[in-house]
Write a protein that binds this ligand. Structure first.
Ligand code: NAD
Ligand code: UDX
Length: 464
């Protein structure tokens, strides 16, 4: 089966970049990305390709090449579904904030809405692809809805989880470690799998395209994120022991990472992992394990989150303790707000939680992030509902440069590992700060010796 027309529901951090790359690599396929969010769609269609809603290195070039040729962004969801042979569902699947499974389970209401809409609109056979990260066995629920509310057309459901990381999405999509496609073992299922394999084969080597049954594919995505996050929590757990013993976590990470059985990636100790995926997906895994009565399995993975929460809190506590046990009325400059460098995404960023703790101690915070806008920062804090919006507004200023943020500050906290932070004129920053001038480097990116030479009191993570 040759796919000619793709629709993707959800124009977010996954739907936008993945579809832009499919369109660029497959000029013979028409790709329409739809979303209910009109503002987001009009930003994707902005004449100036630098105004697309997601900052991701290399993305605007890909969009510039394909948009208007075979890549389209639209709010006409029904029309795009109707025309498509293959529909990707790439909507958000956040942690539930209500009812059974609140704070743990994935909220599948957007997925179900998509399934019902696809069933209602489709007049021809379709392949429906789960691109969103979903609990294992969701494909069964989608299948039930499609089969019971549809117009008698045939649907095949595939699981094709996305492994891109933000900040390197285009690199990851151009040269993925693997593409995973799960489908039914029936002949029809295998044909659907092949149709999707054929799309990726336009640029991905065949031996990197892995096919499995649907359940393995769904569960592999949660597992991959759990393993990655576990590595970060493992090294972060050791960072605290390093601080007590005089070992240096960077040296420990290097020493263990050279063991090829362990590997060197994802061993960077930090103020704690953030992002929209790790916490959500582990909580989801924990919830699924509990729902099958597998309490030891659930507790094992939950510890990854407990450790991460501890790491964020410990960072804030250390700032307070070091600043003579009070930050009340003190100005703390935050370098970075995004959950990692090279993205404007702030979801679950450690910066939010550290700021929240410091605000509760009556600090004032001045934030500079090269890509995050002021509204987003206020939104993130207000979302926690710890204090009134006025109080958040009063407590947090957003600076237009790092130098402004650090002016007259008592301390600097590095929350994101943006490269530009390393190249600043640190002497100039020091001269404009209150003394003693403290730096808390939550990413271990600055040059400790150089900073100490200038006169800073420097503290990284996981070393003395
Ligand atoms: P996102 O919130 O950026 O985008 C989702 C979009 O879907 C939103 O724009 C929303 O308006 C739209 N939407 C929701 N319901 C809709 C509906 N019924 N019709 C039309 N549009 C609708 O989310 P994201 O970060 O792109 O994540 C999407 C999925 O991909 C999630 O399941 C996530 O776990 C998974 N994922 C994310 C990443 C990542 O790095 N962000 C990586 C891999 C997988
Ligand atoms: C993650 C997965 O890597 C990706 O495969 C999946 O598709 C989505 O979730 P993402 O959250 O975008 O991607 O970024 P990632 O690079 O994994 O970083 C997540 C968080 O962990 C960031 O806050 C990052 O700073 C932190 N991290 C990562 C560390 O603190 N130390 C590390 O060594 C690696």
């Amino acid at each position: 089966m040759m796919i000619k027309n793709i629709c993707c529901i959800g124009a977010g951090y996954v739907g936008g970049p993945t579809m832009a790359v499919i369109a660029q690599k497959c000029p013979h396929i028409k790709v329409t990305v739809v979303d209910l969010n009109e503002k987001r769609i009009s930003a994707w269609n902005d004449k100036d390709v630098n105004n697309i809603p997601i900052y991701e290195p290399g993305l605007s070039n890909v969009v510039a090449e394909a948009r208007g040729r075979n890549l389209f962004f639209s709010t006409e969801v029904d029309k795009a579904i109707d025309e498509a042979d293959m529909i990707f569902i790439s909507v958000n699947t956040p942690t539930k904030t209500y009812g059974v499974g609140k704070g743990m389970a994935a909220d599948l209401k957007y997925i179900e809405l998509c399934a019902r809409q696809i069933a209602r609109v489709s007049k021809t056979d379709k392949i429906v692809v789960e691109k969103s990260t979903l609990p294992v066995r969701t494909a069964q629920a989608i299948k039930d809805i499609l089969e019971h509310t549809g117009n008698g057309v045939n649907f095949q459901i595939l699981s094709n989880p996305e492994f891109l990381a933000e900040g390197t999405a285009i690199e990851d999509l151009f040269a993925p470690d693997r593409v995973l496609i799960g489908g039914d073992v029936t002949l029809e299922g295998q044909k659907a799998i092949q149709a999707l394999v054929d799309i990726y084969a336009n640029w991905v080597p065949k031996d990197r395209i892995l096919t499995t049954n649907v359940w393995s594919s769904e569960l592999s995505k949660l597992t991959a994120n759990a393993f990655l996050a576990q590595r970060v929590s493992s090294i972060n757990a050791l960072s605290e022991l390093c601080e007590k013993t005089g070992a240096d976590v960077n040296e420990v990470a290097r020493a263990i990472g050279m063991d090829s059985r362990i590997g060197s990636k994802f061993l960077k100790s930090s103020v704690g992992f953030g992002g929209s995926c790790f916490q959500k997906d582990i909580l989801n895994l924990v919830y699924i394990a509990k729902s099958y009565g597998l309490n030891e399995v659930a507790d094992y993975w939950e510890q990854v989150i407990i450790m991460n929460d501890h790491q964020k809190r410990r960072f804030a506590k250390n700032i307070i303790k070091t600043l003579y046990n009070t930050v009340s009325g003190k100005k703390i400059a935050f370098l970075g707000w995004a959950f990692k460098k090279d993205t404007n995404d702030t979801r679950e960023s450690a910066a939010i939680y550290v700021a929240d703790d410091l605000l509760s101690e009556q600090a004032t915070i001045a934030v500079f992030d090269p890509k995050v806008e002021e509204d987003q920062i206020q939104f993130d804090l207000n979302y926690l509902e710890t204090r009134s919006e006025e109080a958040n507004n009063k407590g947090v200023q957003v600076a237009s440069s790092a130098y402004d943020a650090c002016k007259n500050a008592h301390a600097i906290a590095v929350l994101t590992e943006w490269d530009e932070f390393k190249t600043y004129d640190w002497q100039k920053i020091y001269d404009n700060m209150l003394k003693p001038a403290f730096v808390f480097d939550g990413r271990n990116i600055l040059d400790k010796q150089a900073l100490e030479k200038i006169g800073f009191v420097y503290q990284g993570i996981g070393s003395r």
